[in-house]
Unconditional design. Structure first.
Length: 85
């Protein structure tokens, strides 16, 4: 197993696991239950491990982890069709 990501952010962790699962990389989250031992202060980072043969694919998949479309700057997020502001 090889480590491909280490984070304290539970949202980032969950999203990374979803991406890796969809890519067929068989992710394993290590240190998942340290929160109970540390008192929930997020002092220990959680690690995502994948089998060695999936390491290149996993690293390529995680390159897009932080690629998100920015929200519109003017605050206009659109309205559902048929609704009038």
């Amino acid at each position: 197993m090889i480590e491909v990501l280490r984070t304290n952010d539970p949202v980032r962790l969950s999203y990374a696991v979803a991406l890796l699962t969809d890519a067929g990389c068989h992710p394993f989250v290590a240190d998942r239950f340290m929160a109970s031992a540390e008192g929930g202060i997020s002092a220990f980072q959680r690690r995502i491990l994948v089998p060695d043969e999936y390491s290149d694919q996993a690293k390529a998949t995680l390159k897009g982890l932080d690629d998100v479309e920015p929200l519109p700057e003017d605050g206009d997020y659109g309205t559902p069709e048929g609704d009038t502001p």
